[in-house]
Design a protein around this ligand. Structure first.
Ligand code: HEC
Ligand code: HEC
Ligand code: HEC
Ligand code: HEC
Length: 367
């Protein structure tokens, strides 16, 4: 078994220490550096070394030097190489592409299997791995973005693209079997139920962390929902709203609308904003239908979870969760600007939408 994570462990030094120690206890084999800890690059590398966690230096802004660019791991007879691609708004940029390609080639030369931990998101991953010189360099890509979370792995040429899952709430599992010359894969996302037992060693670490914080005047240990990971949000969200948003993991349409009223108004005129209502009207509020008709359900929450969307195909389905985007007051490179046709077709399948043509459908959607 190879246990990996693409990064985004924490955005504060002290929390990062607790996270890395917990992940080391869980036996992680490799960990990338995400946009959250990018500013902590040196600290992250140091903390990882202290805790014995194999951090993979990310190709991308600020982090390149902090840790080795690739690592190698022996799994029985197999040598597995792990490379990490960090967030950038312009993955096509030759310098970035070249750096990723160089690391992948080096890993390829010395490994039976190459795993790429990516912060780019499935759309950019697909583009990158279909581009000249990069085809086939990675066998498996572990994607970190959730712009539209596919439930099953995608296949891009000879590469398997694994969906990103929500940290601490889900586990993505890919089983790979070799039958003669044929490789067979089976992927699934397991939701971690709240009633799973705690690991006592990790529970003790977290207790210690809060005890120390309280000693230093950091206040009471917050209730479970307040500890939900996620960035600080701007003041236009009340403290209670912020807690809900972090626990939920994405912004609902109304929440995006606080800063994008025009787009919200336009979107409300589309059927996307009534997709849940459609199922209610048809008395078919069941998982097999919710998977495309409810954003909350798609993200592994009950469709009527507290504060979840009441609409259906929310902004987040096309643009991504938006937590970092909102926390950075709308920073442009933290959101999907223009969702690609492939994303529409995850729901507008040949079966569900027999008359699909992008130029017919898109004008109704753009705002
Ligand atoms: C998460 C799933 C999902 C995604 C992604 C998605 N759609 Fe849809 N779309 C739906 C569903 C479900 C409906 C039907 C809603 C209903 O009537 O209940 C729909 C309806 C529509 C309609 C009819 C709207 C109307 O007001 O008549 C158009 C047009 C459309 N989608 C275009 C797009 C385009 C273009 C994209 C990509 C940019 C896209 N959709 C992405 C699920 C999705
Ligand atoms: C793979 C994604 C997907 C699944 C699963 C799905 N739908 Fe849809 N549904 C769509 C899309 C996309 C549209 C819009 C198609 C179009 O505009 O032509 C749609 C449209 C509809 C409409 C038409 C709305 C209207 O007023 O014209 C109904 C009703 C509907 N879906 C009900 C269901 C039910 C019931 C289920 C479960 C049995 C279901 N859907 C499962 C994607 C899906
Ligand atoms: C079905 C997919 C889809 C959904 C749902 C969706 N958008 Fe978009 N959005 C798009 C597309 C496609 C564009 C790019 C339009 C273009 O540039 O031609 C876009 C562009 C934008 C832009 C850039 C400025 C602009 O208006 O072109 C903003 C801001 C935006 N969307 C906000 C939102 C918000 C807020 C919501 C929810 C209320 C939302 N979007 C829901 C597909 C979607
Ligand atoms: C705190 C306010 C705020 C919230 C909340 C917010 N945005 Fe934005 N967003 C902005 C600002 C400001 C910009 C313009 C940035 C610029 O032009 O530099 C922007 C830009 C965008 C763009 C265009 C990006 C580009 O490259 O041009 C999209 C798309 C977008 N937002 C979608 C969303 C969606 C979807 C949500 C909810 C998931 C959301 N925003 C939530 C403030 C916000």
């Amino acid at each position: 078994m190879l246990l990996v994570d693409s990064g985004n462990a924490a955005n504060r030094g002290d929390v990062l220490g607790v996270m890395y120690e917990s992940m080391a206890l869980m036996g992680y084999d490799a960990l990338g550096v995400g946009i959250m800890e990018a500013g902590l690059a040196e600290d992250a590398a140091k903390a990882a070394q202290e805790k014995g966690l194999p951090l993979v230096g990310t190709v991308g802004p600020k982090v390149g030097e902090a840790a080795p660019g690739r690592i190698s791991k022996q799994l029985g007879d197999l040598t597995v190489g792990v490379v990490s691609a960090g967030w950038t708004a312009e993955p096509e940029q030759p310098e970035y592409r070249g750096a990723v390609q160089g690391l992948l080639e080096a890993a390829r030369a010395e490994s039976d299997c190459v795993v790429l931990l990516s912060q780019l998101g499935p759309e950019a991953d697909t583009k990158l791995l279909s581009s000249e010189g990069l085809v086939g360099l990675a066998d498996i890509v572990v994607s970190a973005s959730d712009a539209l979370r596919p439930l099953t792995p995608a296949i891009v040429g000879p590469t398997v693209l694994l969906p990103g899952v929500r940290k601490g709430r889900e586990l993505g599992v890919l089983e790979v079997a070799l039958e003669g010359d044929t490789v067979r894969c089976h992927g699934e996302v397991i939701t971690l139920a709240k009633d799973l037992p705690e690991d006592p060693r990790i529970a003790a670490l977290v207790d210690d962390y809060y005890a120390q914080r309280q000693e230093q005047g950091g206040g009471e240990r917050p209730a479970a929902i307040e500890t939900a990971e996620g960035p600080e949000l701007p003041d236009l969200f009340t403290a209670d709203e912020q807690k809900l948003i972090r626990a939920r993991g994405y912004l609902t349409a109304d929440e995006c609308g606080r800063c994008h009223q025009e787009q919200l108004d336009q979107w409300r005129t589309t059927q996307h904003s009534h997709a849940l209502g459609t199922l209610i009207a048809a008395a078919r509020v069941v998982p097999e239908c919710l998977v495309c008709h409810s954003e909350a359900n798609r993200r592994g929450l009950p469709y009527d979870a507290e504060g979840a969307d009441q609409y259906g195909v929310d902004c987040a389905a096309c643009h991504g969760a938006g937590l970092f985007h909102a926390s950075m007051e709308g920073a442009r490179d933290t959101i999907v600007r223009r969702p690609a046709e492939a994303l529409c077709r995850r729901c507008h399948t040949a079966e569900r939408d027999t008359g699909w043509a992008l130029d017919l459908r898109l004008p109704k959607v753009v705002h």
